[in-house]
Design a protein around this ligand. Sequence first.
Ligand SMILES: [Zn+2]
Length: 206
Amino acid sequence: MDGYSFELITGPMSCGKTEELLRRIRRCIIAKKKVKVISPDVDTRAKGDYIESRNGLWLDAIKVKHAIQILAHVKPDDEVVAIDELQFFDPNIVKVVSKLMNEGKKVIGTGLELDFKAEPFGSMPELMCIATKVDKLHAVCMKCGCEHATRTQRLIDGKPADKNSPLIMIGGDETYEARCIKCYELPDSLHDKQRRNLKILPFSFR
Ligand SMILES: [Zn+2]
């Protein structure tokens, strides 16, 4: 039995999530399964109606703004539903994925687990809980080159972005890079807050 499941592929930016999703979709297509591919239309990377991995692979995808709209696109004979960039969907995505699973579909999804502040991104915590299989991929750290990058650093003009910058920036000139925990730099205002707290504390931790 291949349905009634939800495989979640997660990790930081550039860890190969979409590449892995495309690999699994291709296997389903080889097995002659009916596959529907969905992508949120807030995704700033993909411009057209397709999903694309960083190594240039791509597949046609239906762009959807609200999670609930996914249900209208999935037909009774669709066996596999692939959803890219789950972190960008509204909270209804948890109910939508549950419903598809309960209907016997095989759902395969990707999502960033942490945002640039290293906080859980969107509905990813709930999605990890309802997933029947979770794969956490690591990226290569862009600073030290180790293969254990689990965080996504947002840089604006080459400096770590402020904590208060919007979660999703569209058309900005910011860049992102995967970093390991050692090389990840907390956004500026967090540093300021920590410095303030250190001054207020009557003692230091030793
Ligand atoms: Zn590093």
